[in-house]
Unconditional design. Structure first.
Length: 377
């Protein structure tokens, strides 16, 4: 009886319990069950998501500056052997001085070029319209016009149309005011969040680990350290690459005499945060501006673009970021598309580092499962 029980237990253990396929299917079943339960009680988490949405912009701003300044704070604290709070205060004073300099020098120049571009943009559109008409037949233009006749009023009186315009204008004005207030509040709260992040750097993981079982604390701290390293390398590297791209574009566009060189260089530098796609998007308005200057200017712009891409791809990115992310280019493109579809601009910017952090967590949890289960020996 004991042998039979042992054999049946061994059979059950080998085919069901000690099976990689069954274990994998059980994990998938549990994940799907959690997702199903969440869909039934999603309303409970709505206040949480609203709070996260309100804190998202200031957390992004403070997080970027944290990963840029935290290594500098650590180095200065160790080198001069002074209090961390004093170093943070001095850095904040320097940042305030640089911000004032930017407000009174660089930002007015960008604002001037922006206003000039807005003034000249209708003429650019008129030229584009004439080019399109010259390349199209009259029947094709009429067909396009019929499809684009979205402003045609049908079965509405003039009073109804005016009421709709007033309602839409009021809603738009309220939305603009609310978004402007949100941006102002975010800019005010971001330095406060940044200050406390720099002040308490290194204590967050210890504080959270204090609530976990003792045996799991080392693994948790290891995962947090790896996630922090991935985020730090990517964000700090991206900021430096964006600054480098801005400098290259500014110098290149200034040398070839392109209009609005400072503005389009700044936009191109910011769009560098979006891998692969950002630089192409930044090139489109530059080509439009250069096209109505001369064909030679278009060729010069393309030369500057390819020179910058070579410097960014061969020098800046390998030197500053390296291959620490270890993510395939096609995977990055899919992540960007999904992030942009789900969370807009914030999703496009944060999709890659968040994916890298989740990847580290999943890898470490799977490694722990391999060691504990004994199924992969």
């Amino acid at each position: 009886m004991e042998d039979h029980s042992h054999n049946s237990h061994s059979w059950f253990w080998k085919l069901l319990i000690n099976s990689k396929v069954i274990s994998f299917l059980c994990i998938i079943l549990l994940v799907l069950l959690i997702i199903f339960v969440y869909t039934k009680i999603a309303f409970v988490f709505n206040p949480v998501w609203q709070i996260i949405g309100l804190l998202l912009l200031p957390m992004i701003i403070s997080g970027i500056f944290f990963y840029m300044l935290n290594p500098l704070v650590n180095i200065l604290t160790k080198k001069f052997k002074c209090q961390r709070l004093l170093v943070i205060t001095i850095i904040f004073i320097i940042l305030a001085i640089l911000l004032c300099w930017a407000i009174f020098s660089i930002i007015p120049m960008i604002s001037y070029e922006w206003n000039e571009l807005l003034t000249n943009w209708p003429s650019y559109l008129d030229k584009i319209d004439r080019v399109i008409k010259s390349l199209s037949t009259k029947s094709e233009i009429n067909s396009i016009s019929k499809r684009l006749s979205i402003f045609k009023i049908k079965n509405h009186s003039g009073t109804d149309y005016v009421n709709q315009i007033l309602l839409a204008t009021t809603n738009s004005f309220n939305n603009i005011l609310s978004k402007l207030a949100y941006i102002v509040i975010s800019l005010i709260t971001s330095p406060l969040i940044l200050f406390y992040l720099l002040k308490d750097s290194g204590h967050f993981s210890d504080y959270v680990a204090h609530f976990l079982p003792t045996k799991t604390r080392p693994e948790f701290k290891k995962i947090m350290h790896q996630v922090n390293t991935q985020m730090s390398n990517y964000i700090r590297g991206k900021v430096l690459v964006a600054l480098g791209a801005f400098v290259v574009y500014l110098i290149g566009y200034s040398l070839i005499g392109l209009n609005y060189a400072l503005l389009v260089g700044a936009v191109a530098g910011l769009l560098t945060f979006v891998p692969y796609v950002g630089s192409v998007i930044a090139l489109i308005p530059v080509l439009i501006i250069s096209y109505f200057t001369s064909i030679g200017m278009v060729i010069k712009v393309l030369i500057v673009y390819f020179v910058e891409q070579f410097i960014e791809g061969r020098i800046l990115t390998p030197t500053v970021i390296g291959n620490s992310m270890k993510i395939y280019p096609i995977t990055i493109l899919v992540i960007i598309v999904v992030g942009g579809k789900l969370w807009g601009l914030a999703g496009v910017i944060l999709a890659v580092p968040v994916y890298a952090a989740i990847k580290v967590i999943v890898q470490e949890v799977f490694y722990w499962y391999q060691q504990k289960s004994g199924l992969y020996k």
